[in-house]
Design a protein around this ligand. Sequence first.
Ligand SMILES: O=C[C@H](O)COP(=O)(O)O
Length: 214
Amino acid sequence: MFILVNLKAYPCDPIEVATAAREVSEESGVRIAVSPQAADIARVAETGVETWAQHVDPNGHGSHTGSTLAEAAAEAGAEGTLINHSEKRLKLADIDGSVRAAERAGLETCVCANNPAQIGAAAALGPDSVAVEPPELIGGDVSVATADPDIVEDAVEAAASVDEDVEVFCGAGISSGDDVEAAGDLGATGILLASGVAKADDPRAALEDLVEPL
Ligand SMILES: O=C[C@H](O)COP(=O)(O)O
């Protein structure tokens, strides 16, 4: 199971979370990555934790003010990137372009989507993984695996029917080891979570709880 911690724009200390994630990953043997703001990628990567960008744009170098280039994220130390997060939605052509840009830069890709139909479309673009997240459950207290287990199972089926090599992650409301275990039982091979760690009083304890059953 892969645990991907998205720090969004929460006012947490990215270095504290990254250091805790690296240590808990080393101690547990569970793959854990942290996805900070673009401006924090380099210093988060310096902690030694696997680091992901929250977004990359479809364009390369050129007259594109405000862009987050896949090449720049990779050079700063990112190993992967989210694309089309629920809070950073893109047009289909731009999702495709961002996946291609990330591939050129050597970044692992995870395309997010709201539901199984979108998961099928996302899988058709050939990312390494897709992540299903019902928007209404994001940031809440109830895990997607509890509130809507069908959406996870249907997403796994939708991705497999398009491309069996595309991994399926799930996210929204996940905050405990029990939630992670339940998601795994539904067929997810990764977890995308944010508030359960980024807003925790003790991020290290939250991470230890997440990996406890793994
Ligand atoms: O990127 C993470 C997801 O949007 C889930 O966020 P959450 O764990 O706060 O529900």
